[in-house]
Design a protein around this ligand. Structure first.
Ligand code: HAM
Length: 446
């Protein structure tokens, strides 16, 4: 097959089975965010370039190397969003959401675009689920968003993942740390990559997360941010740890986490796994107390995170987490002849209105071929309708699992299917109850 072109490097197609998994993950995340009071915000896929340059920072890898930036037909510089925070905060300010009762809790699912080296778990178009909690300064807010991630991971059955936290200080204590970094890296100036040589004067913190191998090695012996925190930042960090312990959330302090975006202050955190290869950071987030003001609003503290949905799906698959089963066709209506086909289409439409997943032949197939197809799509029931059934207004409904058949009048079909579904569900519940009783019996004996 000679396709005229393939999907661009770093992009993915989600076929129906994979989309079902993504949708299940997205629905679960949004449901949990809803239980925490987060309302969904939808913002444009592209924004004015300066939004990201100013917020993410002009010395970050994202802005310097990875953005999809282009001029529109009027010569304005436009960028496909590389992350969700900047757009959400811009929208909150532009729509006056911060003038309402605080805290403001926003959640989103959005495509993101970064021109990175594509590999397993790293794409040029990917999707983030994120939350942004604006207006709350206390460590309780940090703990709440971290707790939300933990709950989501537990609910989705992700086991092999660890939380790492750090504090990267505030405008009060950061300058001292920046100076210490400058002193350290100046002694290694010739060993730095050209981008980091430029960063040394402008933003030495960024050298710490450079992906170049030697810069990465140098970072191992660089000064440690936790040694430079002011009292307020230290207290905030200690309080957060106390809260996480009280919530039963396991974590490790990792002073090397600085995150790749400029807006962070105080708390930063990442959830990482070793089950999906080199791109193991499934979730990243932190506090960004200066961003709202930087964007032209009144100073407001904020904290949030984003989970990469593709990576979350990969880690779920690696852990053997439960995934949605393929939907099973409730009934295949099998017409024999043109008149029956017309009737079956109408009956299928009625059944769908009643909430059943109904199929009928669209291919003019023979009886045998239709039965084969019904098997392939896993139909629970089939009903064969020919001229004599049309005349009688009834036909034999076959249970494809048990082989049992029963005669059903067409106008009773939906009711009969409903009764069968109810008794099937009742059977499942009874089985589950029996299982529980057995289990509690066994536990009682021990
Ligand atoms: P980030 O760490 O740049 O943070 O991205 C968050 C997550 O997006 C990562 O942990 C990863 O799972 C996923 N991700 C990033 N790049 C890629 C890629 N090329 N391919 C696949 N997945 C990727 C942010 O974007 C911040 N806006 C998070 C935040 C929200 N901080 C505060 N609020």
């Amino acid at each position: 097959m000679a396709l005229i072109t393939k999907a661009p490097r770093g992009t993915q197609d989600f076929t129906p089975d994979q989309s079902a998994r993504m949708r299940y993950i997205e629905d679960t995340l949004m449901r949990i965010a809803g239980l925490h009071g987060f309302g969904e915000i939808r913002t444009p896929t592209f924004e004015h370039t300066e939004l990201f340059v100013r917020s993410v920072g002009d010395t970050t890898d994202v802005v310097q190397k990875e953005m999809y930036t282009f001029e529109d037909k009027k010569g304005r510089s436009i960028t496909l969003k590389p992350e969700g925070t900047a757009g959400a905060v811009r929208a909150a300010l532009e729509r006056g959401l911060l003038a309402e009762a605080l805290p403001l809790k926003l959640s989103y699912i959005t495509p993101c675009f970064r021109y990175e080296k594509a590999q397993a778990g790293r794409y040029r178009e990917f999707h983030q689920f994120g939350v942004e909690l604006l207006g709350a300064q206390s460590s309780a807010a940090d703990a709440e968003v971290i707790g939300l991630v933990q709950e989501a991971l537990d609910t989705l059955g992700v086991t092999e993942i660890r939380l790492f936290i750090n504090s990267i200080g505030c405008p009060n204590c950061r300058p001292k740390f920046q100076q210490a970094l400058k002193d350290y890296y100046s002694a290694h100036y010739d060993e730095l990559c050209p981008t980091c040589q430029d960063r040394l004067e402008r933003n030495p913190l960024r050298i710490l997360d450079c992906k170049e191998e030697h810069c990465h090695e140098l970072a191992e012996h660089a000064p440690i941010v936790l040694d430079y925190l002011c009292d307020e930042c230290r207290e905030h960090f200690e309080e957060l740890q106390e809260r996480l312990r009280a919530m039963g959330i396991a974590f490790e302090v990792d002073p090397t986490i600085v995150r790749g975006l400029d807006y962070y202050t105080k708390t930063v955190f990442e959830f990482k796994t070793e089950t999906i290869g080199a791109q193991g950071t499934v979730c990243g987030g932190g506090r960004y107390d200066g961003l709202v003001e930087l964007m032209g609003g009144q100073k407001q503290p904020a904290v949030g995170f984003a989970i990469g949905l593709e990576r979350l799906k990969l880690v779920m698959e690696a852990c053997g987490a439960p995934m949605p089963e393929e939907p099973r066709c409730d009934i295949a209506l099998i017409p024999l002849g043109a008149k029956a086909s017309v009737r079956c289409s109408a009956m299928a439409a009625d059944l769908r209105t009643d909430g059943f997943y109904a199929e009928t032949d669209l291919m003019n197939r023979s009886l045998k071929a239709q039965l084969k197809y019904a098997n392939k799509i896993g139909a629970r029931y089939t009903i064969v309708i020919g001229d004599s059934e049309l005349e009688a207004g009834k036909a034999r409904l076959k249970d494809m699992d048990s082989g049992e058949e029963q005669e059903v009048a067409f106008d009773r079909l939906a009711d009969v299917l409903m009764e069968k579904e109810a008794s099937r569900l009742y059977g499942e519940i009874a089985d589950a109850q029996f299982g529980l009783e057995e289990l509690s019996g066994v536990l009682g004996q021990e």
